[in-house]
Ligand binder design. Structure first.
Ligand SMILES: Cc1ncc(COP(=O)(O)O)c(C=O)c1O
Length: 375
C-alpha cells in the first residue's frame, strides 16, 4: 500500500458511502480514465470485466471466440459463461503472447468454414503487450473485434501507448496479486464511452431508467464498492513506483543470471515496455543441470515459493474439446517456464537469497539426484 489508500477508504466509512456508489468510485474511474486515455468502469473483478466486455461485443451462445492459449483460466472462462466456444491460439517466442501468424491462419480457415469468430481475446502476458500493430491489422481485415485482456499489464506500454487501449474493449484486474490491487476488482475501458456506460448499467443489475424496479435485460451485480475504489485511488497514485519496483526485480535477476547457462529470461519485445509483473525464466535442463520441476522443488525446500508458467488452456481438462491452432510453443514455455518471486515488496536481501539459492541449485539438485540413485 502507498500513503493514501487507508485515508480514501476511511473517507468512505466517515461519509457512509460504503456501497456501490460514491465519491471514491467516481474519482477512481476519472483518474484511471485520465491515466489510460479512455473512459473506464469500475467492476468487481477482471473476470467480470471480461464477461461484460464479451457481451458488449455481441458474443452469445454458439459463437466462436478466439483466445490466447497461454494465460490464466479467467481469460477464457467468460466465453463459456456466455455459451460460446473458445478456440485457442498459440504464442510466439518473441513475446510469449498470441502469435499473429497463427491467428491469421485461424481466421483464414474460419472464412472457408463460413464462421468468423465473434471476438478475439488477446492477453498481455506477465506485463508485456502482444504485438497489436499486427494483431489489429489482421483482425481489422476480417472485421473481428479484439478484447484486450490487460489484467496483468497495467502500466505497460506498446509503441508509447498504454496497455489496455488496443481492444474495442479492454480489461484490467486489481486482484490481490496484481501490480496494484483493490483487494479484488477490475476495470473495463473502451474508446467508446457508450459501451462503458452500458457496462456500468449491466454491472448494476440493468435497471431501466425511472424510480420503479423495471428490467428489460439480464443484469449482473458486478460493480466495485466505494470502499475498495478508495484503495484503488491510492494505489493508482503509486502505480509508476510499483512498475519501477517490478522492473527492478527482473533486472536484478537478469544481471545475476547473465552468465548462468540454461536460465533464459522472458524476452522483452522491442515494441514496448513490460511491467515485468512476474519475473519469468526458461530452464534448459541440459545446460542448467536440472529440470524446471526439480528447480521448483529445490527452491521450495529452501523456503522460496516459485510457480510454473501458466498451463495453456488447450491442455486443461475443462477445455479438452476446444479447437486450437498450434500449441507447441505455449506447451514448451509451460514445460520450461518458472515465475520467480516478483513482488514489489520483495526486499533486496530477500532477492539476494533467491539469487544465491538459484546459483547453487544446479549442483545441489545434481547431488540430490545422486543420493536418490545411491539409495
Ligand atoms: C490474464 C488474466 N486475465 C484475467 C484475470 C482475472 O482477473 P480477476 O482475478 O480480477 O477476476 C487474471 C487474474 O486474476 C489474469 O491474470
Amino acid at each position: 500500500m502507498g500513503p493514501n489508500e487507508a485515508g480514501y477508504a476511511a473517507e468512505a466509512f466517515a461519509t457512509n458511502w460504503v456501497s456501490t456508489v460514491g465519491p471514491n468510485l467516481t474519482a477512481f474511474e476519472k483518474a484511471f480514465a485520465e491515466r489510460i486515455g479512455q473512459p473506464a468502469a469500475c467492476l468487481s473483478s477482471g473476470t467480470a470485466a471480461i464477461h461484460l466486455g464479451l457481451q458488449l461485443l455481441g458474443v452469445g451462445a454458439g459463437d466462436e471466440v478466439y483466445c490466447s492459449t497461454l494465460t490464466f483460466a479467467a481469460s477464457a472462462n467468460p466465453i463459456l459463461y456466455l455459451g460460446a466456444r473458445p478456440v485457442f491460439i498459440d504464442s510466439d517466442y518473441a513475446t510469449w503472447n498470441m502469435d499473429p501468424a497463427v491467428l491469421e491462419s485461424a481466421l483464414q480457415d474460419s472464412v472457408g468454414r463460413g464462421k468468423l469468430p465473434k471476438a478475439v481475446v488477446v492477453v498481455d502476458l506477465y506485463g508485456q503487450c502482444a504485438d497489436y500493430e499486427r494483431i489489429l491489422a489482421i483482425c481489422g481485415n476480417y472485421g473481428v473485434p479484439v478484447l484486450e485482456d490487460a489484467a496483468e499489464a497495467l502500466g505497460a506500454t506498446y509503441r508509447g501507448r498504454s496497455a489496455g487501449t488496443f481492444g474495442a474493449v479492454s480489461v484490467f484486474s486489481f486482484n490481490g496479486n496484481k501490480i496494484i490491487t483493490t483487494a479484488g476488482g477490475g476495470m473495463l475501458v473502451s474508446a467508446d464511452a457508450e459501451l462503458v456506460a452500458k457496462a456500468r448499467f449491466l454491472a448494476t443489475q440493468a435497471r431501466d431508467p425511472g424510480i420503479a424496479y423495471e428490467h428489460s435485460q439480464i443484469g449482473y451485480n458486478y460493480r466495485m464498492s466505494n470502499v475498495l475504489a478508495g484503495i484503488g485511488r491510492g494505489q493508482l497514485e503509486v502505480l509508476d513506483v510499483r512498475v519501477a519496483q517490478r522492473r527492478g526485480v527482473f533486472s536484478r535477476y537478469k544481471s545475476a543470471f547473465a552468465s548462468l547457462a540454461g536460465l533464459e529470461p522472458m524476452p522483452e519485445a522491442e515494441h514496448g515496455t513490460s511491467t515485468n509483473w512476474l519475473s519469468c525464466f526458461l530452464v534448459d535442463e541440459q545446460q542448467f543441470g536440472c529440470t524446471r520441476d526439480e528447480l521448483i522443488g529445490y527452491l521450495d525446500g529452501q523456503g522460496i515459493e516459485t510457480r510454473p508458467v501458466w498451463k495453456p488452456m488447450h491442455l486443461q481438462k475443462l477445455f479438452e474439446t476446444a479447437p486450437r491452432w498450434g500449441g507447441s510453443v505455449a506447451e514448451d514455455l509451460f514445460r520450461r517456464g518458472i515465475c520467480l518471486p516478483s513482488s514489489s515488496s520483495l526486499r533486496a536481501e530477500e532477492q539476494d537469497y533467491v539469487i544465491e539459492r538459484i546459483l547453487a541449485a544446479p549442483q545441489e539438485a545434481a547431488r540430490a539426484s545422486e543420493a536418490v540413485a545411491l539409495a
